[in-house]
Design a protein around this ligand. Structure first.
Ligand SMILES: Cc1cc2nc3c(=O)[nH]c(=O)nc-3n(C[C@H](O)[C@H](O)[C@H](O)COP(=O)(O)OP(=O)(O)OC[C@H]3O[C@@H](n4cnc5c(N)ncnc54)[C@H](O)[C@@H]3O)c2cc1C
Length: 494
């Protein structure tokens, strides 16, 4: 241990003991993190009369809203009724269980569904800019809901929610202290209660004290060590999450005895195109989202050159789930010029440009042998798959995956796209009850501690799957809930 580190540890230890001697609080509530969950929690705590210190390690507020789009699902809304769309909480729950493979915490899932409608209506009534032309619609991404119940803001950016909430905080600004560039390192526990946060900023290391703390610290998609430790099977998964998604809240909560749930769950979406071996972090532009959706003819093979799914399945979920079982989560989309002519386009947007710019993942060759060699795929196996597809197409037969090929391989050149499973959010998280109170391994509440948003792990409401809008809506819904409940608890503390 270096002298500097030793000094930090001793100093931090002394600071953590400070509350034992001084019980005055710096605020009623501390909210850590400023994405959707942090904005909702901060607004809700302020609106319920509390003073709040809002801690964010980045230089700006917003978290993942810097890149995410804004889908929000809710059942039984005014917009649905106006359009004659029949929907109910029970149908929404049924859909979420289908998409999440029945692995959600049923209490949390129900709490989300039951509160989502009123939160959505609150936004709309407050003047939130909704894309009324689009919503409510059936979101085709991942696995579709059975009725149109997805809405998006106009423009379709999730920062629309945070901007809206931030503006709503205006009347309460005298009760709010925002600490940017301030990283929460650990939680302070006093007599069995969480009563503060040890933070580090350019002002040094300090303890901020509050009657309750809300962790809205997001996921851990950018923490490779955590992914490897908890989900070794997915150690090659790529990510579009931002660098701050390092699971700090998970670590801090676990250190005070919180239960972390479903940390072995990972749901990778197809579409990530690496530019080099070992590249994990990619941007939106490196995604071939909806790769080959609605496109006919291509085959998807794994590293062994074997097909593993009906490529034409309109439901993305079976393809996502199958990809999650392939070595290194990799699949290779193989097609030929005959298919490009047949479909009158390439299977992903900007294919020719990507061919020029990303020769590692996007390839073209005169022969199938050359294409396989370029990707390191076993030629004989790929040729067997192609022969089988051609045979099934000629005979009009349905193959072993339930696909009736619309076209076979007819002429070169041959093309290939390497796709690797990519995460947008993480499924494992801090276990809570329906009031967002953090629970320990025995299911007991840790007084003074709340969690909201991706820090809870999307599996708590979404199981092992990704239903449209369930990255955005639960942080908003549960952030509101955490803020309100933390204030109610704070009112009981002297
Ligand atoms: C590219 C992309 C597209 C997406 N598109 C959609 C979509 O269309 N629909 C959908 O439903 N979901 C989508 N998602 C998922 C959705 O964006 C997230 O689930 C959601 O934003 C999570 O919100 P959050 O508030 O829980 O966490 P975040 O927004 O990640 O916020 C966490 C915040 O906590 C801060 N923080 C972390 N640790 C500390 C610490 N120690 N101290 C202080 N601050 C800390 C971080 O800096 C960050 O600001 C997308 C995600 C990505 C990456």
């Amino acid at each position: 241990m270096t002298i500097k580190r030793l000094f930090f540890v001793v100093f931090a230890g002394l600071l953590a003991l400070a509350p034992c001697f001084a019980r005055n609080y710096d605020a009623d509530i501390i909210v850590v993190g400023s994405g959707l969950g942090g904005h909702a929690a901060t607004y809700s705590a302020l609106e319920n009369g509390a003073t709040v210190i809002w801690v964010e390690k980045n230089p700006v507020l917003g978290g993942s809203t810097a890149i995410a789009t804004g889908t929000f699902p809710a059942a039984g809304t005014t917009m649905q009724k106006e359009r004659g769309i029949e929907d109910s909480n029970e149908l929404f729950i049924q859909d979420l269980n289908r998409i999440g493979h029945n692995k959600a915490d049923q209490n949390i899932l129900r709490a989300f569904v039951e509160k989502a409608t009123s939160v959505w209506e609150w936004f709309v009534k407050g003047g939130f800019q909704v894309d009324t032309k689009r919503g409510p619609f059936i979101d085709p991404v991942h696995s579709a809901y059975s009725v149109p119940r997805t809405y998006v803001p106009s423009p379709n950016k999730s920062s629309m929610y945070t901007d809206f909430l931030y503006a709503k905080m205006e009347p309460f600004k005298s009760k709010l202290t925002i600490r940017l560039n301030t990283k929460a390192e650990s939680l302070v526990v006093e007599k069995g209660r969480v009563s503060g946060v040890l933070v580090v900023s350019d002002q040094g290391t300090e303890v901020l004290r509050a009657k309750a703390v809300i962790l809205a610290t997001g996921g851990y998609g950018s923490n490779r060590d955590m992914i490897k430790r908890y989900s070794p099977k997915y150690s090659e998964v790529m990510t579009v999450t931002l660098p701050f998604a390092t699971g700090d809240g998970h670590r801090m909560a676990a250190a005070v005895g919180a239960d972390l749930v479903n940390m072995d769950y990972i749901c990778a979406y197809f579409g990530g195109m690496p530019k080099a071996p070992g590249q994990y972090a990619i941007g939106f532009g490196d995604l071939s989202s909806g790769a080959a959706d609605g496109w006919k003819g291509e085959i998807w093979v794994n590293q062994r050159g074997e097909r593993f799914i009906n490529e034409d399945d309109g439901d993305e979920d079976p393809r996502e789930m199958a990809l999650n079982e392939q070595p290194d989560l990799e699949n290779f989309i193989i097609f030929d010029q005959g298919m490009v002519d047949f479909n009158k386009r390439f299977p992903i947007g900007g294919f020719e440009k990507r061919l020029e710019e990303n020769g590692y993942a996007v390839k073209k060759a005169d022969t199938i042998e050359e294409l396989c060699k370029a990707f390191g795929l076993p030629v004989a196996q790929v040729k067997r798959e192609i022969a089988a597809v051609n045979g099934d197409h000629s005979a009009g037969k349905t193959d072993r995956f339930g696909k009736k090929p619309a076209i076979g391989f007819t002429k070169g050149p041959y093309y290939g796209i390497l796709n690797r499973g990519t995460i947008f959010m993480t499924q494992g998280g801090i276990r809570t009850d329906i009031g967002m109170r953090v629970l320990d391994k025995n299911g007991r509440w840790i007084p003074g501690l709340y969690a909201a948003g991706e820090a809870q792990g999307t599996s708590q409401w979404g199981g092992l799957g990704m239903a449209g809008g369930t990255g955005n809506a639960p942080p908003l819904v549960f952030g509101m809930e955490a803020g309100k409940n933390a204030v109610n608890e704070a009112k009981l503390i002297k």
